[in-house]
Design a protein around this ligand. Structure first.
Ligand code: SF4
Ligand code: SF4
Length: 359
C-alpha cells in the first residue's frame, strides 16, 4: 500500500509511504528489504519508523543531520551533468551497520532518533520547500540524498525531489541498494541518478553488516533501478582482508559489464581505517590500480580509481543552520509533532521498544 501525503511545513510524524497491515496484527514497512513487521510501539531496524496503533510513521521526516555543497563528481558520479554542483543532505537512520562506517554520528543517529521519539530533540528541521529554496539560494544544480541509506526517509525525499524537479534541479540518490522494488518504483519518476555500492559478491560480507541482506537482492535492486530509467553508477570500497579478493573484484566488474553495460561507470575507492575496522590498514594504491586493470580486461570502459577518497562523507563541517536563512533558533526548536492525533501519549509512546533483537 502506498500512502499519499502532503509535504509538511513544520515537524510532524509522517505516515510511512509504503506500509501494509498484516493479518497477524503487525504492520509491515516495505521501504527497504528488512520489511520490518512492527507492533504498536515498535520501531524498525533503522529506528526511524514507528508503529502507532497499526499505522507506521516516519520520525525523521525533514530532520537533517548534515548539509554539504560540492561537485557531483564527489558522490562519486562522473557521467551525469559533469562539472555541476550538488547540495548533499542526510538524515538519521540506516538499514546497515557497516563496521567501517565513517558517518556514524550523522547516519545511524540512534541517540538522535531516540530523542525524536521522546519529543526531546533539537535536531534541525527543514521543510521540503525550505530545502529547495536553500539549494537555489546557493546556486547548486542538484540535490543529493546521501550519508545514510535514503530509503529510510523516502517520504521527505519524494517531497523534496518533486519540488526540486519543478525548479529545474536534478536529484541524486546514494544508496546501499538494500531497497525494495516498490520503493524504487515510487522514486523512479523523481530521482535522476543512483550511485550505489556493490560492497561484495559474498553473502557472508553482507551478513556481517545486515543479517538479512543477500548479494542477489542488492544486485537485483541496482539492475531494477537502471531498468526503471534511473542513471546508475556503482562504487566498491575495497577493504583489506574483507573484500579484496581479486577474483571476486573481477566478478563485480563482470556483473556490471553484463547487467549495466560496458560503459557503466564503476568507482573504486580507498578504505580508511575507522570504527570497528580501525585495526585494518588503508587500501594500498597498487590494489586499487590492479582492480581497475582487471575491470578493463573484462571490457568495462569507465573505471575510476580514488586513492584519496572513501565514503561519501560530509566534510565541510559547517552546521546545517549556516546554510539556511533564519539561523539556528528557528530550526533547532524542540521537536513536538504539529499534529495532535497522539492524544495523551504525547508525540510518541512514553515507552517504546527498540527492537534490539534485530540488531
Ligand atoms: S529498516 Fe526502516 S526503512 Fe527498512 S523496512 Fe525497517 S522500518 Fe522500514
Ligand atoms: S557505511 Fe553507509 S550503508 Fe554502511 S552503515 Fe554507514 S551509512 Fe549505512
Amino acid at each position: 500500500m502506498s500512502l499519499s501525503r502532503k509535504a509538511a511545513a513544520e515537524y510532524q510524524l509522517q505516515p510511512t509511504v509504503l506500509q501494509e497491515q498484516l493479518d497477524d496484527g503487525t504492520t509491515r514497512c516495505n521501504l527497504c528489504l528488512w520489511r520490518c513487521r512492527l507492533k504498536h510501539g515498535q520501531r524498525g531496524f533503522c529506528q526511524a519508523h514507528v508503529n502507532r496503533h497499526g499505522t507506521l510513521y516516519n520520525l525523521s521526516y525533514g530532520i537533517l543531520s548534515a548539509i554539504d555543497i560540492g561537485p557531483i563528481e564527489d558522490k562519486p558520479v562522473k557521467h551525469y551533468r559533469p562539472g555541476t554542483t550538488v547540495m548533499s543532505v542526510g538524515s538519521y537512520g540506516c538499514n546497515f551497520r557497516c563496521g567501517g562506517c565513517h558517518n556514524l554520528e550523522i547516519s545511524w543517529g540512534v541517540t538522535a532518533l531516540d530523542d525524536l521519539a521522546k519529543g526531546e530533540s533539537t535536531a534541525a528541521y527543514v521543510s521540503a520547500e525550505e530545502l529547495v529554496k536553500t539549494a537555489i539560494k546557493h546556486k547548486v544544480d542538484g540535490i543529493a540524498f546521501t550519508y545514510s541509506e535514503p530509503a529510510v526517509w523516502l517520504e521527505y525525499i519524494l517531497d523534496v525531489s518533486k519540488l526540486a524537479h519543478a525548479q529545474g534541479l536534478y536529484t541524486v540518490y546514494v544508496s546501499n541498494s538494500f531497497v525494495t522494488d516498490e520503493a524504487l518504483e515510487l522514486m523512479a519518476p523523481h530521482i535522476d541518478v543512483l550511485c550505489s555500492d556493490i560492497k561484495s559478491l559474498e553473502d557472508s560480507f553482507y551478513k556481517d553488516i545486515c543479517k538479512l541482506a543477500k548479494v542477489e537482492q542488492v544486485l537485483g535492486s541496482i539492475a531494477k533501478a537502471q531498468q526503471l530509467g534511473i542513471h546508475v553508477e556503482t562504487r566498491t570500497n575495497i577493504i583489506p582482508r574483507r573484500n579484496d579478493d581479486m577474483k571476486m573484484l573481477k566478478n563485480i566488474a563482470k556483473w556490471i559489464h553484463q547487467n549495466l553495460g560496458a560503459d557503466s561507470p564503476w568507482h573504486i575507492t580507498k578504505f580508511f581505517p575507522s570504527f570497528k575496522l580501525a585495526h585494518l590498514p588503508a587500501t594500498p594504491s597498487n590494489l586499487l590500480n590492479e582492480t581497475a586493470q582487471l575491470a578493463a580486461e573484462v571490457g568495462l570502459q569507465n573505471v575510476y580509481v580514488y586513492d584519496d577518497k572513501g565514503c561519501d562523507c560530509a566534510d565541510s563541517n559547517l552546521s546545517v543552520a549556516s546554510y539556511l536563512e533564519g539561523g539556528a533558533d528557528s530550526i533547532h526548536q524542540v521537536k513536538k509533532c504539529a499534529a495532535s492525533c497522539c492524544g495523551d501519549e504525547g508525540i510518541l509512546l512514553k515507552k517504546y521498544e527498540t527492537d534490539q533483537e534485530k540488531l
